[in-house]
Design a protein. Structure first.
Length: 64
């Protein structure tokens, strides 16, 4: 998945959660252009990219 260009140079937090609220990934990054996540079980996940406490981007991810 590509990170929005406006956030590439920012210090961001990347979070992926299952729909039941379980945390799958919590990563801080600066300069990341793409995210590659492997070995997620089949299902629907919520990804958010935030700067501090402010959510800048969110999307649903379906793994099959």
């Amino acid at each position: 998945m590509n990170i929005p260009k406006s956030l590439i140079k920012e210090e961001i937090n990347i979070n992926i959660m299952g729909l039941q609220g379980q945390k799958i990934l919590n990563q801080k990054s600066v300069g990341l252009k793409t995210i590659s996540i492997e070995n997620l079980p089949q299902g629907l996940y919520l990804m958010t990219i935030s700067k501090g406490d402010e959510i800048k981007f969110s999307d649903k991810i379906f793994c099959f």
